[in-house]
Design a protein around this ligand. Structure first.
Ligand SMILES: [Zn+2]
Length: 485
């Protein structure tokens, strides 16, 4: 920091020692006076970003969300996992007609249970079986096989065309991916995910979200994401406006294979560069950045801002990856169709419990058994999901067609976007951050407008985004602008 010019001119300097003392005093006075805006003496060592707006803060749960979180019931999660395990196996190639054992019986139980929830929804929720014949796809689908997803759709009250999807997969497997006969309890992988989804359906169907929520148990995951791939392609063909999708896959255990427990952390995997990125989009990204700002990253940042708090009692460990090494889940089917999506999974995994025949070997219990599920942990996971889905579907949609104008070389930043159709839309906020920050730091309320101008705040030096706000104070996820030349 150099001495403040104005202060130094006023100083009556008698001796060099006095000058130094006065100089030190002047600096001490000058710092608090000038820190922040318009400090043209700031040499930016220890960089302090300044610019317009307020610090971005997490969105606190509103009263209805707190009520919803209080309705999440651990006993329902236990009941669902016990019921799914009771079918012996849920392998994709297992019986579809046996009333008590196999994928057909399990699927029917999920369908009937969701139907009962729909019956208490005042007509807002409907349930369907989505069946298709998957042609033989060796090696994991040796012959043509009927695959059936269960879909419960809770229609939005004011913006039903906007959709959010939450999934778990109903099928299970053992060591041999083609073994349809042996016991495959699949308590964690993935009865836990289905249990979370069904509990969300039970609770949220008694409330009235503004946008549509789809609760789905998808099938054929272990054979190659077949059920979700079909489902996502059907939505895409119908031009469905899915603004967020989440796979809950292996969300039941809080214990690592070295015995450590982490009962208050969930992992969230979300990609940066979109799986569906086109060559033209890649060219823009190479030229001006955005590799950590794909739509799924924005969605995941939103999740952290609404679902990581003392009401959910869960820390969200945000991982900048599409999925773990050697693994994948149903969110990838949605990413392939260009939809924003992320995956939740437990903080650590014990691979002796996944994709293994149930057995004891050298004193070690293998298999995906209900005894390894931590239901207190799972209850927090369900609450985190409820906070996410409710905050999305009770709030405004992600702004569309957001552009940053780049017709000429200027130090100005000009943003434009389309206005949303929510009846309770209050307006917009422009958010920004240093390019090296991992999340948005500042927001500037700009009102119910579709343009914003910052004449002296250069788009070259920060990242901008736009989010919508409704009259209840709900925010949307952030839309990252594309340059418009
Ligand atoms: Zn799984």
């Amino acid at each position: 920091m150099k001495p403040n010019h104005a202060v130094r001119l006023r100083s009556p300097i008698a001796t060099p020692a006095m000058a130094l003392a006065i100089l030190a005093l002047a600096v001490a006075i000058a710092v608090p006076m000038t820190a922040g805006a318009d400090d043209d003496d700031d040499d930016n060592h220890g960089f302090l970003p300044h610019g317009p707006g307020e610090k971005v803060r997490p969105q606190r749960p509103d009263q209805e969300l707190r009520q919803i979180l209080g309705e999440i019931d651990r006993r329902q999660l236990e009941h669902t996992i016990d019921s799914l395990v009771s079918f012996g196996t849920r392998h994709t190639l297992s019986s579809q007609t046996d009333p008590g054992r196999g994928i057909g019986a399990a699927t029917n139980w999920v369908y009937q249970t969701l139907q009962a929830y729909a019956g208490a929804s005042g007509g807002r929720m409907t349930v369907e079986l989505q069946s298709f014949v998957q042609p033989a796809t060796p090696p994991r689908i040796p012959q043509d096989t009927t695959i059936t997803n269960v879909i419960a759709t809770l229609r939005g009250s004011t913006n039903p065309e906007r959709v959010y999807v939450v999934s778990g997969h109903i099928d299970s497997r053992a060591t041999d991916v083609l073994d349809a006969e042996s016991e495959q309890p699949g308590a964690d992988d993935d009865a836990s995910g289905v249990a979370v989804v069904m509990e969300l359906a039970r609770v949220l169907s008694r409330h009235q979200p503004e946008a549509t929520i789809v609760f789905t148990a998808v099938a054929g995951e272990e054979q190659g994401l077949f059920g979700s791939a079909h489902q996502a392609s059907v939505y895409k063909a119908a031009n469905a406006d899915i603004q967020g999708m989440f796979s809950n896959d292996i969300v039941g255990s809080s214990t690592a294979d070295d015995g450590l427990r982490d009962r208050h952390t969930i992992r969230m995997f979300a990609e940066g560069v979109p799986t569906s990125e086109t060559a033209a989009q890649a060219a823009i990204r190479r030229s001006v950045g955005g590799e950590v700002d794909g739509v799924s990253r924005q969605l995941a940042r939103f999740v952290k801002s609404v679902a990581e708090n003392d009401e959910t009692d869960l820390r969200i460990r945000f991982i900048y990856r599409r999925d773990r090494f050697l693994r994948g889940s149903d969110h990838i089917s949605y990413l392939n169709q260009g939809y924003p999506a992320a995956r939740f999974t437990e903080p650590h995994e014990i691979f002796a419990h996944e994709h293994q025949n149930t057995r004891v070997e050298n004193g070690v219990q293998f298999g995906d058994l209900v005894q390894f599920v931590d239901f207190a942990f799972m209850t927090r996971v369900a609450k985190m999901n409820a906070a996410t889905m409710w905050s999305l579907a009770a709030g405004p949609g992600t702004p569309k067609n957001v552009r940053i104008l780049t017709q000429a070389l200027t130090n100005a930043s000009d943003l434009v976007w389309d206005r949303g159709s929510e009846p309770d839309l209050a307006g917009y906020e422009v958010v920004w951050r240093e390019t090296t920050d991992s999340d948005w730091t500042h927001s500037v309320p700009v009102g119910d407008v579709t343009t914003a101008s910052f004449p002296h705040f250069s788009k070259d030096n920060v990242f901008f985004g736009v989010r919508a706000v409704d009259r209840d104070g709900h925010h949307s996820p952030v839309a990252f602008p594309v340059p418009q030349t």
